[in-house]
Design a protein around this ligand. Structure first.
Ligand code: ARG
Length: 292
């Protein structure tokens, strides 16, 4: 079944900065050496990403950021979305909680425009950081769900019940890989690229058993540190922070087109291409059939 043209949600980096530390990648010191230059570079990087996504065939829908909420530029954390239904996130870190109201409003607007049918939110205190910790696997028709760093285990049942699809939980064991999307990438051909040190032994076994060993590609330190695992994929297109040549070649050999974008200003906050986008029109196979 042909995939829908992807509609991706982004937030403009007008109010972006690195001003606090809620993950080990964040460097407010480096940012504040020259905030004006970093902001200029961030604006350019975000525009380049938007252009790469558009050229690869996606529609991008952007909203402005908000003052005092620098990490709003990472809308992967805004909500989990599938089949025109959305659950808006509850942020584990106080620094990001102010984003919830903005994202709730954005989704209500999407609903008013007919892009989304139903919007709800995780219950207060049940932390869940959106698609960053709930990655849809189109080949296998289930979510892979990260928990243990930001997202709490108690949220998983809520996600599963709301969308009425299976969910495979994966515990995250390293503070450097605090969202599943930093260390786990599902590709349209069924491959899974993942960074083993971010997962427990049980996680490794689950990934191999569910994806099949032949589909599992291991990311190296340099891939994870470059936020290349944090990539956007639709069809044969992969948009990612500049990859090592080896990784790019490996993906191209499998038939993907790799679009490399310089996302250094956002890596300074611990985010890459996937974090900076949220797919609004992802559909399960059952829903696609129903609509066909
Ligand atoms: N500074 C942000 C945070 O720590 C980065 C979020 C990146 N988003 C992601 N989906 N991995 O929350």
């Amino acid at each position: 079944m042909p995939d829908l043209k992807p509609t991706l949600f982004m937030v403009e980096p007008t109010h972006y900065e690195v001003s606090y530390v809620i993950n080990p990648w964040m460097q407010p010191g480096a940012w504040h050496e020259d905030p004006a230059r970093h902001l200029r570079e961030a604006a350019a990087a975000s525009a380049t990403l938007k252009q790469a996504l558009t050229e690869a065939g996606a529609d991008v829908l952007s909203i402005p950021g908000a003052p005092g909420l620098p990490d709003m530029v990472f809308p992967a954390n805004a909500a989990v979305v599938l089949n025109r239904r959305a659950i808006v996130a509850r942020f584990a870190c106080a620094e990001r909680r102010g984003e919830e109201a903005h994202f709730l409003k954005a989704f209500q607007d999407f609903k008013a425009r007919g892009l989304i049918d139903e919007v709800t939110q995780y219950p207060e205190g049940v932390f869940q950081e959106g698609a960053g910790d709930a990655i849809w696997d189109d080949t296998r028709q289930h979510f892979w769900a990260g928990y243990g760093q930001r997202t709490v285990k108690a949220s998983l049942k809520i996600t599963e019940n709301f969308f009425d699809v299976p969910l495979v939980p994966l515990e995250l064991v390293s503070p450097r890989f605090y969202h599943l999307d930093t260390c786990f990438l599902v590709l349209s051909g069924g491959e899974v690229l993942y960074y083993p040190p971010a997962f427990s032994d049980e996680g490794h076994q689950t990934i191999a058993a569910v994806a099949g060993r032949e589909n599992v590609l291991e990311a190296r330190d340099e891939d994870a540190a470059g936020f290349c695992v944090n990539a956007v994929n639709f069809g044969r297109e992969i948009i990612m922070a500049r990859p090592p040549q080896r990784l790019k070649a490996e993906l191209e050999e499998r038939g993907y087109r790799v679009h490399a974008v310089d996302l250094d200003p956002f890596i300074l906050s611990g985010g890459g291409a996937y974090c900076m986008t949220l797919r609004l029109n992802r559909q399960s196979a059952a829903m696609a059939l129903e609509e066909a």
